[in-house]
Design a protein around this ligand. Sequence first.
Ligand code: 1PZ
Length: 211
Amino acid sequence: MADAFSLQRVLETFRSSLSENKEVYIKYYIAGWQELVSFMNSLGNVFSFISKDVVSKIQILENFLSGENGSNYVTIQSMVKYELENDLVDLTKRGSHPESGCRTLLRLHRALRWLELFLERLRTSTEDSKTSVMCSDAYNESLANHHPWLIRKAVGVAFCALPGRETFFDVMNAGDHTQVVALLGESLPLIAEVYQITEDLYAKNNLLELP
Ligand code: 1PZ
């Protein structure tokens, strides 16, 4: 990924991930994550333990998508149906399918909620708002509930190393503050929609607590 990160591209990939009948294309969903990884990498090495985890999850999904059963992995909806019908998901404890598409995507899905909460805070922030506080408030409201103590601790340390709000706006590469705020206002409903569709699908199939 040679190109610099751009918020515009994240927006476009998440927009492409929604099909006409509101299914979510895995190809674009993971492409959106790939963009976010490049954003995280541009913030510094402290975040590499986080981006490594995201990259490995993207890889797992990419392998399914390009594998022999790839046609079942075109959308999140088709993946859930296929994996459940073929008993490919460890439902209560980790066993013979520790890296199913369903449980792997669930981790990204939970992180997408963090992203939504964080970007909403960033969008409505003021000059003296602290990114570390916005990040950790969003984290405590979402992902933290799914992470053991040790990870919460490490994440807390990483938050302290976050650059300030000014740098964040710059790295987003979307023009001046007003333009970034406008673009965030445009992106957030999309991210929220992708999140909600996935959340409803997982809830309907009782998949929200996959080990
Ligand atoms: C821009 C600043 C980045 C802040 C990131 C805030 C979120 C912190 C997430 C910390 C992840 C810690 C490393 C790995 C954790 C894994 O154990 C879990 C569960 O997976 P399992 O062990 O069950 O296979 N992984 C996750 O919860 C996925 C975490 C994804 C984090 C995505 C961050 C998004 C950053 C976007 C940048 C704007």
